[in-house]
Design a protein around this ligand. Structure first.
Ligand code: PSU
Ligand code: MN
Length: 306
C-alpha cells in the first residue's frame, strides 16, 4: 500500500537511506496561505534555506492521487499556480488519494505523511488552533489532535492571534503536546513575538530541543513536539497593530458566512489585504526562520543517533 501511494522524491529517498537530516514542508501555505507568485518564491526559498543548512527539504502534497514526499520544481510550480487544489487535513487525505485528486496538505496531514515516510522534523508558519467562538462553533483545527498522536516535531511561529490562543494552549496541554518556546518566556503569536501568554516550556538551544525529543523516545511517549519560534524582531508586527485588522477580518468572515475549512484561508487573505501586504512579508520571514531552525534540529537529531 505504502509503495502505491507514497511517491518519495529520489533526493529524499537517498537522504532517508543514508540517515541524513530531512525537513518536511507543508503545501497548504503554498496553495491556500499565500498569493501567487509570492507562494512559489517562498516555497523555493524555504527549500533553499533547508539545503543551505545541510538538510534535505521534502515539500509534501498530493498530486494526481499520489502522496508526494518532496516535489521537483515543476510540481512545486504546478501547485503554486493551481486554483482547484483541495485543502487536505487528516479527514480528507484518503479521499483525495482514492479519487486521484490534487491536494495541499495542512499541518495535520503533512505530519501524518512525513511520519509515514520516516521524517521526524517539519517546518511550517503557524499551526491551526482553537478558533475564537469555538464554544459555539466547535471550530478546532485537526492540527492539535495530530500533534497529540503523530511523532513529528513541528517548528512554527506559534498560533495566529486571530485564533483563541489561550484555549489553543490549554488544549495542547490537555492533549499532552509539549510546547517548547525557543529563547522566549512567552508563547509567540505568529505575526507578533509576544502573545501575553507565558511559555509553557522554554528552550534556548537546538541541542536542548533534540534532548527533549530523545528523552520522549526513551520514555516511549508518543505524539508530536511543538517548537514555537518567535518571528524575527525586524519582521514582526506588534499585536496592538494586528488586533484591529484581525477584528475586521473576523467581522468580514462572519458577514460572508465563511465556515469550516475556508475560515483560515479567508482570514489570512483578508489580513493580507487589510495590512497592505505587510502581513505577507512577516509570514515569509517567520517561515524562513522556522526552516532554518528545523534544519538545525534535523541535523542535531541525526548526529545524536550516529
Ligand atoms: N498558517 C499560515 N498559513 C496557512 C496555515 C496556517 O500562516 O496556510 C494553514 C496550515 O496548513 C494549517 C491550516 O495546518 O492552515 C489550519 O487550517 P484549519 O484551521 O482549517 O485546520
Ligand atoms: Mn477549522
Amino acid at each position: 500500500m505504502k509503495g502505491t501511494v507514497l511517491e518519495v522524491d529520489p533526493r529524499v529517498r537517498s537522504a532517508l537511506d543514508a540517515g541524513e537530516p530531512i525537513v518536511a514542508l507543508e503545501s497548504t501555505i503554498v496553495a491556500h496561505g499565500m498569493p501567487f507568485p509570492q507562494n512559489l518564491e517562498t516555497a523555493r526559498n524555504l527549500e533553499a534555506i533547508v539545503r543551505a543548512r545541510g538538510a534535505t527539504p521534502a515539500t509534501i502534497a498530493v498530486l494526481d492521487g499520489q502522496i508526494r514526499i518532496g516535489l521537483d520544481d515543476a510540481s512545486l510550480e504546478r501547485l503554486a499556480r493551481a486554483t482547484n487544489v483541495r485543502k487536505l487535513s487528516r479527514a480528507d487525505l484518503a479521499y483525495a488519494v482514492a479519487r486521484g485528486e490534487n491536494g495541499a496538505t495542512t499541518v495535520a496531514a503533512t505530519m501524518y505523511c512525513a511520519h509515514l515516510a520516516g521524517i521526524a522534523v517539519f517546518a511550517t508558519g503557524g499551526i491551526g488552533g482553537v478558533h475564537r467562538g469555538a464554544e459555539t462553533t466547535f471550530d478546532v483545527s485537526a492540527d492539535l489532535y495530530e500533534l497529540a498522536r503523530t511523532d513529528v516535531t513541528v517548528v512554527c511561529a506559534g498560533a495566529k492571534a486571530l485564533l483563541d490562543v489561550p484555549k489553543t494552549l490549554e488544549l495542547l496541554e490537555t492533549l499532552g503536546v509539549p510546547v517548547l518556546c525557543f529563547q522566549s518566556d512567552e508563547f509567540p503569536a505568529f505575526w507578533s513575538r509576544s502573545s501575553g501568554l507565558a511559555a509553557p516550556l522554554r528552550v534556548d538551544g537546538v541541542p536542548e530541543i533534540a534532548a527533549v525529543v530523545a528523552a520522549r523516545r526513551a520514555l516511549n511517549v508518543s505524539g508530536g513536539v511543538l517548537v514555537a519560534n518567535p518571528v524575527p524582531a525586524d519582521a514582526e508586527i506588534p499585536s496592538a497593530e494586528m488586533e484591529p485588522l484581525i477584528a475586521q477580518a473576523l467581522a468580514d468572515a462572519r458577514d460572508a458566512g465563511i465556515v469550516g475549512k475556508r475560515v483560515t484561508p479567508f482570514l489570512l487573505g483578508r489580513i493580507l489585504t487589510l495590512s497592505d501586504g505587510r502581513s505577507l512579508r512577516t509570514n515569509v520571514a517567520l517561515a524562513e526562520a522556522n526552516a532554518r531552525l528545523a534544519a538545525e534540529l534535523a541535523r542535531a537529531l541525526c548526529e545524536g543517533r550516529a
